[in-house]
Design a protein around this ligand. Structure first.
Ligand code: CP
Length: 316
């Protein structure tokens, strides 16, 4: 790894801002932290004295916990704030909440928000580093980085020319958007399949191959990523019958026989067993679902370190 590399970005808002070199730097850094996370003592002093605020105005299990764990394993102090329990419930705006948090001198604010552009809004107004932990339908950059990290490991470093099918509710998915940018930039051929009502407007301009037939989309593919039906973001009428969807499109072992032997199955979570993915496939040896969660800690350690390196590490 190139230790002289200087991280150029104040914030991490979307993977579109990352070059191949910057992406590879983060993945290589995460490999080192992946090893740290297997030690009996999973802690390094690198970010001692740094403060990381976890401002999650939308629910999360994986992203919030792994950012918290990542900060603590780097010896930073982490502080959590959710919409519930905050003064946003008394009418305080996003801007005033963010300015209030910054007045306490954190080094990084990690934000999840239901509005696309919320992280950018903060980045333009605050001096501390902002990390987008998911904003509306727009982007989820650390999810795309951890997915890439998991695939790079599974495919033994060989990303170029591989194919990955992303299937399910593409229209409402920030994970799909960030993964399409990230994977295509790194040389992966991305296939998409969704019911017609769950394909995003403008998908014809995306650098992907869109399939109308799921069996065709699965044929000889090197890996599959299932997405959850995001009913909380869906307008009425887009998906009238979930059980009918599940009976036809829930990914199962039989369907995976069309893919290349050993092709991994991914899901960003939370999974809906029996709707997005069959339970036995989710628990199979080809499933990377828990490896993705595990990678999330290492990737978020790499991101926090990269952003804090710009502002200087502890003086000792
Ligand atoms: N993948 C993901 O963002 O999961 P959480 O909503 O649990 O953070």
């Amino acid at each position: 790894m190139d230790n002289s590399f200087i991280w150029p970005h104040k914030d991490l808002l979307d993977v579109t801002q990352l070059t191949v070199e910057e992406t590879t730097y983060l993945l290589d850094l995460a490999e080192q932290f992946h090893e740290v996370n297997t030690r009996p003592v999973k802690k390094v002093p690198t970010l001692r004295g740094k403060g990381v605020v976890l401002f999650f105005a939308e629910d999360s299990t994986r992203t919030k916990t792994s950012f918290d764990m990542a900060g603590k394993r780097l010896s930073a102090d982490t502080f959590s704030l959710g919409k519930s329990g905050s003064s946003m419930n008394k009418g305080e705006s996003l801007k005033d909440t963010a300015l209030t948090l910054e007045a306490m001198n954190p080094d990084v604010i990690v934000i999840r928000h239901r509005s696309s552009g919320a992280a950018q809004f903060l980045a333009e107004r605050l001096n501390c580093a902002i990390v987008n932990a998911g904003d509306g339908w727009h982007a989820h950059p650390t999810q795309a980085l951890l997915d890439l990290f998991s695939l790079r490991r599974y495919w033994k470093g060989d990303l170029g020319g591989k194919s990955l099918l992303i299937m399910g509710d593409i229209a409402h998915s920030r994970v799909a958007r960030s993964n399409v940018h990230m994977l295509t930039k790194m040389g992966v051929n991305v296939r998409l399949w969704a019911p017609r009502t769950l394909l995003p407007a403008g998908v014809a301009r995306w650098p992907v191959t869109v399939y109308g037939d799921l069996n065709e989309a699965l044929t000889d593919v090197d890996g599959v990523m299932c997405l959850r039906l995001q009913r909380e973001r869906m307008a009425a009428g887009l998906m009238p019958d979930i059980s009918e969807y599940a009976s036809i499109f829930c990914l199962n072992r039989k369907m995976m026989e069309r893919a290349k032997p050993g092709a991994p199955v991914m899901h960003p979570g939370p999974i809906n067993r029996g709707t997005d993915i069959a339970a036995d496939l989710a628990d199979s040896v080809e499933s990377l679902i828990l490896a993705q969660v595990n990678a999330g800690v290492a990737i978020r350690m790499a991101v926090l370190l990269a952003l804090c390196t710009r502002t200087g590490l502890s003086e000792e």
